[in-house]
Ligand binder design. Structure first.
Ligand SMILES: NC(=O)c1ccc[n+]([C@@H]2O[C@H](COP(=O)([O-])OP(=O)(O)OC[C@H]3O[C@@H](n4cnc5c(N)ncnc54)[C@H](O)[C@@H]3O)[C@@H](O)[C@H]2O)c1
Length: 325
């Protein structure tokens, strides 16, 4: 049996591929390298169970035999990308997801859609359970992603009801960890990059907005548990440890200072980004009940591992990887 991972050269994707290969699975990655990189999948190059195809999910999909499970992760996920490429992101969410669902229907494969907490928009409830319909601006700088993922969920639902497709919907909350792009534009790599350079960390807003950050190894264990379950309604995959963004910045500053001796520079507050959610905390009782999954890595431990990884990468500048397939 082959497992197809779209977006497998991205941050969550390559961590997921590592887990699947460790379990002895055969994995094919389909990725356009838009926001991912060959560097991320280079560690798997020698593994005979691993292949990759450079391709865009918006285009006709290549022939891949014996695919029984698809983790559909292909989509940029950074607010910087939402501003630069909104139309391409909408196309990826709609055309790309439709192509994957058609492929799955044709091959009798199960599909897990990487949806997001962003489908809740700027939530008006303190804790977001899967039954919350959200508070989303359809006409704003984040709408390409928020509405794009909502339509992707609607597509998955429609393929389930119309074609009986076996689907899984993971509403992923903020993940962080090794293999993120340092210049990705998301909070944790942004903060680590600034702290490593001894520059002020830039926070959009006054720092009181909250996020619930999950370490990526927890996240990918949640994704595989969901794929292996029989649960075909949306499931929040995230940490319920809610922290103000300013606290995350302080944790990163202290961690980097301890490891590098860099001074702790005061943070710099910028104007809040339009439609940026103020609160974000998942209700994860569905995941606990249906998947037996719960996140385990404490924030400080995850931040330390992530800072170590970025520091090590800075020491050993990556080389270019030649295609293997
Ligand atoms: N990281 C998070 O905190 C988070 C939170 C919620 C949801 N998600 C979802 O998880 C998935 C992976 O996110 P990530 O953080 O790893 O992002 P990422 O940008 O690191 O990875 C996305 C990958 O998809 C590829 N890709 C993008 N568009 C493509 C296309 N049209 N065709 C083929 N490949 C394409 C990119 O090249 C990249 O390798 C995304 O679908 C994202 O919406 C992530």
């Amino acid at each position: 049996m082959t497992i197809l991972v779209t977006g497998g050269a991205g941050f969550i994707g390559c961590n997921l591929v590592r887990l699947l290969l460790t379990r002895g699975q055969e994995v094919v990655v389909l990725d356009s390298l838009w926001t991912g990189s060959l560097e991320n999948i280079r560690p798997f190059k020698e593994n005979l169970n691993f292949r990759y195809i450079i391709g865009d999910v918006r285009d006709a999909l290549p022939q891949i035999d014996n695919v029984k499970e698809i983790f559909h992760l292909a989509c940029p996920a950074s607010p910087d990308d939402f501003e630069k490429n909104p139309i391409e992101i909408l196309e990826t969410c709609f055309v790309g997801t439709k192509n994957i669902l058609d492929f799955a229907a044709k091959h009798g494969a199960k599909v897990l859609l990487a949806s997001t907490s962003e489908i809740y928009g700027d939530p008006q409830v303190a804790v977001q359970s899967e039954s919350y319909f959200g508070n989303v601006n359809s006409f704003g700088p984040r709408s390409c992603y928020d509405e794009g993922k909502r339509v992707a969920e609607a597509l998955a639902y429609s393929y389930r009801s119309k074609h009986g497709l076996d689907i899984r919907i993971a509403r992923i909350f903020n993940a962080y960890g090794p293999w993120m792009r340092i210049n990705d534009g998301r909070a944790v790599p942004n903060f680590i990059a600034a702290a490593m350079e001894g520059q002020p960390i830039k926070i959009y807003g006054d720092g009181s907005a909250t996020r619930s950050f999950q370490f990526v190894t927890d996240c990918v264990l949640g994704l595989t548990a969901l794929m292996d379950s029989n649960y075909s309604s949306p499931v929040n995959i995230g940490s319920d440890h809610e922290v103000p963004v300013s606290d995350i910045a302080q944790t990163i500053l202290k961690t980097v200072a301890t490891k590098t001796g860099k001074p702790i520079v005061p943070v710099c507050l910028l104007e809040k980004r339009q439609d940026d959610p103020v609160r974000r905390k998942p209700d994860i009782t569905t995941a606990e009940r249906e998947l037996g999954w719960t996140p385990n890595v404490p924030l400080e431990q995850g931040i330390t591992s992530t800072v170590d990884w970025f520091l090590e990468r800075r020491e050993n500048a990556p080389q270019v990887m030649n295609p293997v397939a």
